[in-house]
Design a protein around this ligand. Sequence first.
Ligand code: DX5
Ligand code: ZN
Length: 225
Amino acid sequence: MDTVIAPSLLSADFGNLARDVEMVNCSDAGWFHLDIMDGVFVPNISYGFPVVRAMARQARKPLDAHLMIVEPDRYLALFKEAGVEWLSVHYEACPHLHRTVQHIHDLGMKAGVALNPHTPITLLEDIVCDLDYVVLMSVNPGFGGQSFIEHSFDKLSRLKEMCLSKGSKALIEIDGGVNAENAGALARAGADILVAGSAVFKASSPQKMIRDILIAARSAREAVR
Ligand code: DX5
Ligand code: ZN
């Protein structure tokens, strides 16, 4: 699979949301990344269903929603109804993770689990074969525009190894501080999906930045083939 670039709309201009969604539609991005924050699991509140539905009406690429909320089970069906195809919940927010993953699948969505920077990947050993993707947080969740945590490379390599050894087909998404400089190394280490918020939306040409990140990832992957 070619690397997927998923711009995070958290860094979009919410006064010009339609313009920014259309920019992603017309770019080389593969998905939209939607950050849902509740002010409890993370110290920030982002946006809720009216905004997700408005984005979904206009988006012509798959929606990947990243739930940074407590008790995500209460809202899974609403995300499906809103048009979300890929849905991730946090390991740290789900005491009955297997049941939550089953619920996401029963609703007809792809299921992902996100890990905070301090959460060991080994905690996924007994569920990784049931997942469609794993989201490695390379910043502490809650805000866009933070610096990439370098230790994420080590976690990424170990997660890749774990997936291979267990025969898991889970894709690996890296979320936080991704830019055109680190995209190549991330793709080489096994990242399938790269989320980028501020790097894209703060660039003078967001579409060119999406392309630059994609080209960096592609050439790094081709170099190891
Ligand atoms: C952080 C979010 C990320 C964030 C990425 O809590 O999950 O998706 O929007 O933003 P950047 O690319 O600016 O780190
Ligand atoms: Zn995110």
